[in-house]
Design a binder for this molecule. Structure first.
Ligand code: IPE
Ligand code: IPE
Ligand code: MG
Length: 241
C-alpha cells in the first residue's frame, strides 16, 4: 500500500481528492511580494497538481479557488484573482486535448458574464474527457449551495412536482453543484489552518482530513504522494465497526 510505490500503483487510492488551496498571501509575504503574486504562483501550482493527481489515478480533484466570503477582500485583490481566472479559462481550452474534464462549482451568477460564459464553454467542450474530472470552486460556499438546493426543491413542491416525503438525502444531493460526483474521500488543507471554511459541508460527512503546514504555492509532487500514503493508512468505518 502507498509508500515508495510511486505513480499509479497504489492498492488503496482515493477516487476523489478535494483541496483548499490556502496560503497564497502568506507565501507572498514571506517572499516580500504583493499578495496577487502569491495567487499567481498558486494558480501555476494548481495546473501542475492536476497532472500529479491524474498520473496517480485519482479520478476527481476539487479545488477551492474563491469562496463566497472572499469578496470581503480588497477590490484590488479580488480583481487580481478574477483576472487570473480569466487567464486560466483562456488556457483551459487545451484541457480537451489533455483529456481533463473541467467543471465549475459555485454561484456563477455573481461573476462577470464573459467569465461565466467561458466557464460554460469549457464545461461543454470537455464533457467527454475521462483522464480526470477537475471541479473548480469559484464563488463557492457550502451553506450557499445547500440553500440553493433547498430553494429548487421548494419551487418543485410549490408546483406539485414532489412531496415532502420524497425529499431524501440522495434527492438533496442531486440538487447540489456536485450532483453525480462522488463525495470527496479526502479533504486536504495546506497552510497550517485547521478548519473547513465553508467548503463542501454536505459532501464532507465521511471525508478524511489531511492538514499540511506547507503553503499552497510550495505544494509539490511529493506532497501528493504524502496525501495518498496518509489516506491509505486511514481506516474508514462510515459508522459501522
Ligand atoms: C488562498 O490563499 C486563496 C484564496 C482564498 C483566494 P489566501 O489568500 O487565503 O492566503 P493566506 O491565507 O492569506 O496566506
Ligand atoms: C478558504 O481560504 C478559501 C479558499 C482557499 C479559496 P480562506 O483563506 O478564505 O479561509 P479563512 O478565511 O482562513 O477561513
Ligand atoms: Mg487563507
Amino acid at each position: 500500500m502507498g509508500g515508495e510505490n510511486g505513480k499509479g500503483t497504489r492498492e488503496v487510492l482515493p477516487e476523489h481528492v478535494a483541496v483548499i488551496m490556502d496560503g497564497n498571501g502568506r507565501w507572498a509575504k514571506k517572499h516580500g511580494l504583493p499578495r496577487n503574486l502569491g495567487h499567481k504562483k498558486g494558480a501555476e501550482v494548481f495546473t501542475k497538481s492536476v497532472e500529479w493527481f491524474a498520473d496517480r489515478g485519482v479520478k476527481y480533484l476539487t479545488v477551492y479557488a474563491f469562496s463566497t466570503e472572499n469578496w470581503k477582500r480588497p477590490k484590488e485583490e479580488v480583481d487580481g484573482i478574477m483576472s487570473l481566472l480569466k487567464e486560466y479559462l483562456d488556457k483551459a481550452k487545451d484541457n480537451k486535448d489533455k483529456n481533463i474534464r473541467t467543471l465549475f462549482i459555485g454561484d456563477k451568477s455573481a461573476l462577470d458574464k464573459s467569465l461565466s460564459k467561458k466557464m460554460s464553454e469549457i464545461e461543454e467542450k470537455t464533457v467527454n474527457c475521462s483522464r480526470i474530472t477537475v471541479l473548480i470552486a469559484i464563488n463557492y460556499g457550502g451553506r450557499n449551495e445547500i440553500v440553493e438546493a433547498v430553494r429548487k426543491i421548494a419551487e418543485e413542491m410549490k408546483n406539485g412536482d414532489i412531496r415532502a416525503e420524497e425529499v431524501t438525502e440522495e434527492y438533496l444531493s442531486s440538487k447540489l453543484y456536485t450532483a453525480r460526483i462522488p463525495d470527496p474521500d479526502v479533504i486536504v488543507r495546506p497552510s497550517g489552518e485547521r478548519r473547513i471554511s465553508n467548503f463542501l459541508l454536505w459532501q464532507a460527512a465521511y471525508s478524511e482530513f489531511v492538514y499540511m503546514d506547507r503553503l499552497w504555492p510550495d505544494f509539490s509532487e511529493k506532497d501528493v504522494d504524502y496525501i495518498l500514503d496518509e489516506y491509505a493508512k486511514r481506516n474508514r468505518r462510515f459508522g459501522a465497526i
